[in-house]
Ligand binder design. Structure first.
Ligand SMILES: Cc1cc2nc3c(=O)[nH]c(=O)nc-3n(C[C@H](O)[C@H](O)[C@H](O)COP(=O)(O)OP(=O)(O)OC[C@H]3O[C@@H](n4cnc5c(N)ncnc54)[C@H](O)[C@@H]3O)c2cc1C
Length: 370
């Protein structure tokens, strides 16, 4: 019997499994498809606590900054364990306006960021276009946000998968968990009827975490659809920062791809790529960088963000015996990966030792279980 079963092999599940295995814990990771091919594959890889700060998400901002600070060491460790580079890039971001209304909103964001000590600089459109010549100088204003970084999330997926195997995690792909059985020990029932027991079961099933039979109450997580695409940058259209515009973001990757995304649609499990969705993000990108219109399309895709009810991740032990969560990271799962892996793996070790949880109430599943 393993000490821990992790349900779901996205970055949340792999991050927790790898952290635990490095501490010598015997972990089985169950993934219904291939490791890391859901939201974690669909993401743009922005590590953007400053560019994406929400006026109503200040608690999340502190966790995000903490996780960003952990990223360089996390990247070094997973690269060393796997031999795969994850493309950690600290060039920063430009948050740009594309009309008068969005310039006013940008000014409010800037004032809010400044009042919370976020290191940002206000730029005119001409100054922004000087930093990034592919931007039109007609944009009214921009914020330079050096604190926002990025990684290649698909490389992170590959590296984590290799690191899990290297650390001795038992990986079961193409295997679906049908039912969770809380208890001492807890257990999972697989699609073929097999039952696996372990002292702790960690739920890391992304947007599907609330659907697993046996969780009561189910964690309040719903899928938020994101359509995105990648383009091939050319000699005229290159970026060193990633660009956050009102209707789209543009994230340059070191292999020459420009990731352009993403819609945000509350449509249940719908995974359809639509002309309207792709048009909206492309139109948003072309408004700020007209040369984008000429770029070759490489790929289009869609993913489901796991959105918790309050948009903060759901981490650590549930009230049900033997159950812990690493789910609900919504728009920031890549950014939050080091913090989620640390917080949940620590809580699982504390559970195994029979001690009280140290996870803050604002992140604990128990905030929804009262
Ligand atoms: C278009 C888009 C762009 C994004 N951009 C960014 C970004 O720039 N920066 C950022 O920080 N975040 C971004 N995100 C959010 C980020 O991708 C997610 O928060 C993160 O990947 C969630 O990871 P996860 O492991 O929880 O979920 P997932 O990656 O979805 O993994 C969950 C896994 O659980 C498996 N699973 C589900 N049910 C079962 C079951 N019953 N049995 C076994 N396995 C099961 C699934 O197959 C899946 O592999 C973006 C998301 C999208 C969709």
């Amino acid at each position: 019997m393993s000490e821990v079963i992790v349900v779901g092999g996205g970055i949340a599940g792999m991050g927790v499994a790898w952290s635990l295995a490095r501490e010598g814990t015997d972990v089985t990771l169950v993934e219904r498809g291939t490791l890391g091919r859901s939201a974690s594959w669909a993401a743009a890889g922005m590590l953007a606590p400053a560019a994406e700060i929400g006026f109503d998400e200040l608690d999340l901002y502190d966790l995000s900054r903490q996780s960003l600070a952990e990223w360089p060491a996390f990247a070094r460790d997973v690269e060393a364990a796997s031999g795969i580079g994850v493309g950690y890039d600290d060039a920063g971001a430009l948050v740009v306006a594309d009309d008068r209304d969005s310039a006013r909103a940008l000014r409010r964001l800037f004032q809010f960021q400044e009042s919370h000590g976020v290191p940002v600089t206000w730029l005119s459109g001409a100054e922004a276009a000087e930093m990034e010549p592919a931007l039109t100088s007609r944009i009214p204003a921009a914020i330079h946000s050096p604190e926002d970084h990025q990684v290649d999330n698909r490389a992170v997926v590959r590296a984590l998968a290799a690191a899990c195997r290297e650390a001795g995690v038992t990986v079961r792909e193409e295997t679906t968990v049908e039912t969770i059985e809380p208890g001492h020990p807890a257990a999972v029932v697989l699609d073929g009827g097999e039952r696996l027991a372990a002292p702790v079961v960690v739920i890391a099933a992304g947007a599907w975490s609330g659907r697993l039979a046996g969780l009561d109450p189910a964690p309040p997580i719903r899928p938020i659809k994101g359509q995105a695409l990648s383009l091939r940058m050319n000699a005229d259209v290159q970026f060193s920062h990633f660009i956050r515009a009102p209707r789209a973001y543009l994230v340059p990757k070191s292999d020459g791809r420009l990731v352009v995304g993403a819609t945000s649609e509350d449509r249940g499990d719908d995974l359809a790529l639509t002309a309207g969705g792709l048009y909206r993000v492309l139109e948003g990108a072309v408004r700020v960088a007209p040369g984008v219109e000429e770029l070759d399309v490489i790929e289009t895709w869609v993913g489901l963000r796991p959105a918790s009810r309050d948009h903060a991740p759901i981490l650590g032990r549930s009230r049900q015996p033997g159950i812990a969560m690493a789910a609900g990271a919504y728009r920031h799962g890549v950014l939050l990966l080091p913090a989620m892996a640390r917080i949940v793996s620590r809580d699982v070790l504390v559970m195994l030792a029979g001690n009280a949880s140290e996870v803050p109430d604002a992140l604990s599943p128990q905030r929804f279980e009262a």
